[in-house]
Design a protein around this ligand. Structure first.
Ligand code: GLC
Length: 837
């Protein structure tokens, strides 16, 4: 490893470049491979085991698209403000926005994506990359490239269509675009009702079909029970329009199919518009392409706000230059996220996941789009997107704060939060679950550890039923609410579920207990009390109503409650070889050896280590049981054995097919906590083994078993009771992306923020010779090179900052905005430190 201490930012770049090079062309299967240094996943054939999609979003406008061309577009709310229609059918995957290509001499036609025509091809390639997807196809001596991109800060998508003539004679080609207007509630099945509110018009000058939704927002009691957002859309093109259509019947033809639409067969659209149709938008353009030449066409699909706004968008974007601008904008948007924390380890899968795809999944998929193929929610889950905002901590901490304050504003004065809420309509249910509000405290603590921005505690956020109060007040109410909901013997109550939503029927009478919540609350009380101590001693920030006397009282009380909680957890919760999970309203145990099904639950073990509630001996025993019973071929199961019959003293997870999702599957989100716990135990080899078991790049090498996209985390993979043991499901839409990123960087690589500085405490596989990580911390860049000459998992024997030895494993919080070189040698503890520097 390079030990020079000069070279500043250049060396930071070196990390990125070499890890990019390492990722080139890796993880190839019969379906695809990573290219462009790992930033692009290239799919070579349309018949992947399930739709393999991209989620392209700028935080406001978004689209998702599969390797077949299936998918839809939305603005702000992928559920209630969908621009285009989509049917969730992962088997047929033939619902989407499409582009037909027609040879006007022979009448032959095919589609730019494999669906809907499903025609034979000479070459097929789908390139999912950061912020865009491109379909490349060769058929009939014509090569088409169809790129879909969403520029930052505007409510539209661009389709760049390049038609290249590979023939020796000129070719006359027609393009027909196609989309169905939804303009509102995407989950409404009642098309005959919805269509009556939509009208299409054609704007000659803008070359655009505009779909207008005419009613006021739909009242909630009608149709799906979800009030929706009034929305209009436009579809435009930069070439002269030969014909257009706003009517599905004319386009498709009576009882035809999308694979053989009458209009494309005939080579002409009907120019039908109005209020009486099943509304679509289709534009027909024609071109003659000379041999060896390429013709460019740019289509737009976007939100129609007003004629002026649409005209501006058409003017700005409807050209090949507009496409270039959009792609450059996407790069500018993503580069900071992709570059601010980079790693180079001996494992290319780990590098690729950490440097690129986990970030992209968490930000584009989870935080911005909040939708995917398996689940299209659009809601902010109270605990979900809070946890997702972990991704921003080292990359753009101000965005984490924004997310925290947004969630604070969805809390009631009694501390109860909305379980989830839908933006735009601001609708969501009061949570009857026992933990969501506590995640606000957890994220606030992590944000303060990252930034030391104690002023954030004073930032106001309104209550749903009260005036704005400081974030500190929101956190206090969250803690107080949880402290009120305790059983007589001193354990927190489960309510309608805890982090495990599926335990929905075990404690609705508020008698059943959650031991997992006990661990989590203990962890929070410990850390919150430390923060209170600091506020009391240093008074770094003035928070309305928060005075030293109050802090002193809170500190004493929280300390007592934490100590009592730890005692109760260990007095009642120990099951002999592991911690049981909880009790039901009727007093029966959950996750105990006395149970036939669900005898051991993962979170009760891992969080006893994470929170520090377990004694060292119990932590060892609990984790040993976890490893023996839960840690299986494809990672740690959430519980085992799976519930085989619906159990109304457990909840809906017992109604899932055994082995799926929370019912005995590998639930990726919780699996990341198992990796974290192993790191805290110092077992780097085991932690890495588990990482490998859940890593989609590695699992994806066996696509016929794994099924999911190899570039993003799945929500779960099936457990042993399922006939499809190991199969991934619910890809993209999972809190595991941000968590795996956090666990990978902060616990495996061990570079984590603390109040005093950046701690370096890696827990890596012993086989690794070392690794590098470049990370910003409070505005300063640390380029850290870790060496592992004696092949240990954990233990720092020496650490040097810009060539000078440091005591302990803490990088001081220099905050000088400069780039610093750090050398770390793992091995024997400091007392037996090797010479070096
Ligand atoms: C789903 C929910 C999340 C919950 C998890 C476990 O992913 O969105 O909030 O914690 O399931 O049940």
């Amino acid at each position: 490893m390079d030990r020079t201490t000069t070279g500043g930012s250049r060396r930071g770049m070196e990390v990125s470049q070499s890890s990019l090079a390492a990722a080139q062309g890796l993880f190839k299967t019969k379906y695809g491979e990573f290219q462009d240094g790992g930033q692009t996943y290239v799919i070579h054939r349309p018949d992947t085991p399930r739709p393999w999609i991209n989620i392209i979003s700028n935080g406001t406008y978004g689209l998702l698209i599969s390797q077949n061309g299936g998918g839809f577009s939305w603005w702000e709310n992928a559920n209630l403000a969908r621009l285009t229609c989509w049917t969730q059918d992962l088997i047929r995957d033939e619902s989407g926005k499409f582009l037909y290509i027609r040879d006007d001499e022979s009448g032959a036609f095919w589609s730019a994506s494999w669906k809907p025509v499903s025609a034979p091809y000479d070459h097929y390639e789908v390139r999912h990359t950061i912020g865009s997807t491109t379909f490349i196809q060769r058929s009939h001596q014509i090569e088409t490239r169809w790129t879909l991109v969403v520029p930052p800060n505007d409510a539209l998508e661009l389709w760049h269509v390049q038609v290249k003539n590979l023939d020796s004679k000129p070719r006359r080609i027609s393009l027909f675009s196609y989309l169905e207007w939804c303009l509102g509630n995407g989950t409404d099945w009642h098309r005959e009702f919805q269509k009556t509110f939509i009208e299409t018009v054609y704007d000659e000058r803008l070359r655009a079909v505009i779909g207008i939704k005419r009613p006021l927002p739909m009242p909630a009691h009608i149709s799906t029970g979800m009030s929706e957002w009034p929305l209009s859309g436009f579809h435009a093109v930069n070439r002269p329009v030969v014909s257009y259509d706003g009517d599905k019947e004319h386009f498709v033809g009576r009882y035809h199919g999308m694979h053989q639409p009458a209009a494309v067969q005939q080579g002409k659209l009907s120019n039908t518009l109005g209020k009486w149709n099943d509304s679509i938008a289709s534009l027909h353009v024609q071109m003659t392409v000379q041999p060896g030449h390429t013709e460019d066409t740019v289509f737009l699909v976007g939100k129609h706000e007003s004629r002026e706004a649409t005209e501006t968008m058409v003017h700005t974007w409807a050209s090949p230059d507009g496409v270039k601008k959009a792609l450059a904008g996407v790069k500018r948007l993503w580069d900071p996220f992709l570059n601010r924390l980079r790693v180079e380890t001996p494992d290319p899968a780990f590098n690729l996941m950490t440097n690129t795809w986990l970030k992209y999944q968490a930000i584009s998929g989870r935080l911005w789009a909040r939708t995917a193929y398996y689940q299209s929610s659009a809601a902010y889950g109270y605990r979900d997107q809070l946890q997702d905002s972990h991704i921003f901590m080292p990359l753009a901490p101000e965005l984490a704060k924004k997310q925290i304050l947004l969630h604070a504003a969805h809390q009631h004065l009694d501390g109860v939060v909305l379980h989830w809420w839908l933006p735009l309509v601001e609708y969501g249910p009061r949570s009857g679950l026992s933990d969501p509000h506590l995640w606000l405290v957890y994220l606030t603590l992590n944000y303060v550890a990252e930034t030391d921005d104690l002023k954030a505690l004073a930032e106001p956020a309104p209550y749903l039923d009260g005036l704005a109060q400081p974030l500190f007040d929101h956190c206090t109410r969250s803690i107080e609410l949880t402290l009120k909901r305790f059983s007589k013997r001193g354990l927190p109550l489960l309510g309608h579920g805890d982090w495990n939503d599926g335990l929905s029927a075990a404690g609705p009478q508020w008698k059943g207990e959650s031991l997992w919540l006990g661990h989590f609350l203990y962890h929070i009380l410990q850390r919150w009390t430390e923060l209170l101590e600091r506020l009391k001693k240093e008074r770094p920030v003035k928070i309305n109503g928060v005075v030293p006397a109050l802090l002193a009282k809170q500190i004493t009380r929280y300390r007592q409650r934490a100590a009592a909680l730890k005692t109760a957890i260990n007095r009642y919760g120990w099951d002999g070889k592991w911690y049981w999970y909880g009790t039901r309203d009727n007093g029966e145990l959950i996750g105990s050896h006395v149970n036939k099904e669900g005898r051991i639950h993962l979170n009760a073990q891992t969080w006893s280590v994470i929170a520090g509630t377990a004694t060292p001996a119990r932590a060892k025993t609990a984790m040993a049981s976890m490893e023996k019973i839960l840690n299986r071929e494809y990672g740690p199961l959430l519980l085992t054995p799976a519930y085989t019959k619906p159990d109304n003293t457990i909840g809906y997870l017992s109604r899932y097919a055994p082995g799926t999702r929370e019912n005995g599957g590998v639930y990726s989100h919780a699996a990341t906590w198992a990796i974290l716990a192993e790191c805290l135990m110092g077992r780097g080899d085991l932690a890495y083994e588990m990482y490998t078991k859940v890593c989609p790049l590695k699992r994806g090498l066996d696509p016929e078993l794994y099924y999911g996209e190899p570039y993003v985390m799945p929500g779960n993979s099936d457990g042993p009771e399922s006939p499809y043991f190991g199969r991934a499901g619910w890809t993209w839409y999972t809190g595991s992306a941000a968590w795996l990123f956090r666990v990978s960087t902060e616990y495996i690589l061990g570079v984590r923020p603390t109040r005093e500085g950046l701690c370096v405490d890696p827990c890596i596989p012993s086989a690794w010779d070392g690794f590098r990580i470049v990370r910003q911390f409070r505005g300063t860049t640390y380029q850290i090179a870790v060496e592992n000459p004696t092949h240990v998992c954990r233990g720092v024997s020496g650490i040097w900052l810009d060539g000078k030895p440091l005591q302990g494993a803490l990088l001081p919080d220099v905050r000088d905005g400069q780039v610093h070189q750090v050398r770390v040698v793992l091995g024997a503890p400091p007392s037996k430190r090797v010479r070096g520097g």
